[in-house]
Design a protein around this ligand. Structure first.
Ligand code: HEC
Length: 393
């Protein structure tokens, strides 16, 4: 019962996280687009950067942007921050509930770091990651946005590599994503909103706000925009073991981040009226190329394993899979079959053999954390049996 309720708790948090994330990213895309769509002509008054007309849901909207700030504050001013804060808080809770509180199952591979140490590494990555990121933005490097972007790309690659060495493959990906999410939410909470407050305070004082506040916020908000596609990939990466389960998982992550960020480059330029025709073809070729480069090698040949029958396979499944994947799991953490996948009967195993090949032969992402110490020979036997068409009696 406790494990069951725990799952319902995780579901509530995950649901909230996705909703808040959609709201936040929706705002981010909308405002980036709005900025790029602003038009001005001779009739545009001084102090106005531009205006944009749009139609939505049966109504017309006319938005103007001030070059610096209005002369007087309106009575009601809408701030956009709780979308970001809710996304981060729910993401943090989800990380704790799914990964940290079940660290032995999800944070480390068998024989790796002690689970408590792994949680420390995860939490430390978020804290240290923010320090490094904001330090780089405030350093002289912050004056050259493109150079800064490449250095930040290096920081992400290094983190992905390092975490890949220390944590389980899934945990490594998720913590890179959580670090990016922390940068993004930190930008809102520590830079953009405080700067906005300084601007408002100056106005209420009857002074002209220092434009440096606006400029700093714009840099951070642009980072957030480019980080949206990478962080979204990490959120869904769990469903794709060919990415996090790859032998060079960190390089796959870097490649997908590059593809995501480049896609944003195209749309940001297009919104501003410049079509960079080469970007999307390059993105498509890179994506397809990555699919080929990451193709699993032919199953490892293990000497002596040339054929396998159901009677060879059944004990492997019983030892390594059914502790979790069963109508009645015996595992301490997994009280119901993960993803509803059960291997209690030969038919159940045979009908799922394509997925079994992906998870237990090609990528070795199952058994989870290789908890049961499945050997290369056992994986090879499974592979040979599946190649032969998964024969069952
Ligand atoms: C310690 C528990 C545990 C053991 C043992 C285990 N699994 Fe899993 N399995 C999970 C969990 C948790 C998930 C869901 C998360 C994921 O997909 O990584 C899962 C997911 C899967 C999936 C994906 C199902 C889907 O809907 O995409 C497959 C396939 C799978 N396991 C196969 C196996 C095979 C084959 C074995 C034995 C060689 C095995 N598992 C052993 C816990 C386990």
């Amino acid at each position: 019962m406790v494990a069951h309720l725990y799952e319902w708790l995780a579901l509530a948090i995950r649901w909230l996280h996705v909703i808040a994330g959609i709201a936040w990213i929706g705002d981010s895309f909308y405002f980036m687009w709005l900025d790029a769509s602003l038009k001005r002509d001779e009739s545009t008054p001084d102090g106005i950067k531009g205006e944009s007309w749009s139609v939505h849901g049966g109504g017309f909207y006319r938005v103007i942007k001030f070059s610096n700030a209005p002369d007087a504050m309106p009575e009601t001013l809408h701030w956009f921050k709780w979308q970001a804060y809710t996304t981060w808080l729910s993401g943090f809770a989800l990380l704790a509930v799914v990964y940290w509180l079940q660290a032995k199952a999800f944070m480390v591979d068998a024989g790796g770091l002690a689970p408590g140490v792994a949680v420390g590494v995860g939490l430390g990555t978020l804290v240290l990651g923010w320090g490094v990121y904001t330090g780089l933005c405030k350093s002289p490097l912050g004056k050259s946005p493109v150079a800064l972007a490449f250095v930040l790309g290096g920081v992400l690659a290094g983190t992905a590599y390092g975490l890949g060495e220390l944590l389980s493959a899934r945990a490594a990906y998720i913590h890179v994503g959580a670090m990016i999410g922390t940068w993004m939410a930190g930008n809102v909470a520590m830079i953009i909103i405080p700067n906005q407050r300084k601007i408002v305070a100056a106005l209420l004082d009857g002074k002209t706000p220092d434009p440096k506040y606006g400029a700093e916020s714009k840099l951070r908000s642009t980072h957030n925009n480019y980080l949206t596609l990478p962080v979204l990939f990490v959120m869904i990466s769990n469903h794709y073991p060919m990415t996090y389960g790859h032998e060079h998982a960190w390089l796959v992550l870097v490649a997908l981040f590059g593809i995501g960020a480049l896609t944003r480059v195209f749309f940001n330029f297009r919104n501003a009226g410049r079509v960079l025709g080469w970007v999307l073809p390059v993105v498509a070729v890179a994506y397809i190329g990555l699919a080929f480069v990451t193709a699993p090698p032919a199953p490892e040949k293990v000497e002596g394993v040339t054929s396998a029958t159901w009677s060879d396979v059944q004990p492997i499944i019983t030892v390594h899979c059914t502790p979790c994947h069963s109508a009645n799991p015996t595992h301490a953490v997994f009280r119901t079959a993960p993803n509803g996948v059960m291997y209690d009967t030969p038919e159940q195993v045979a009908s799922k053999s394509a997925l079994i090949k992906v998870r237990a032969v090609d990528t070795a992402t199952m058994p989870l954390a290789n908890e049961t110490n499945m050997t290369a020979e056992e994986r090879a036997k499974l592979g040979v049996w599946i190649e032969a068409g998964s024969p069952i009696p």
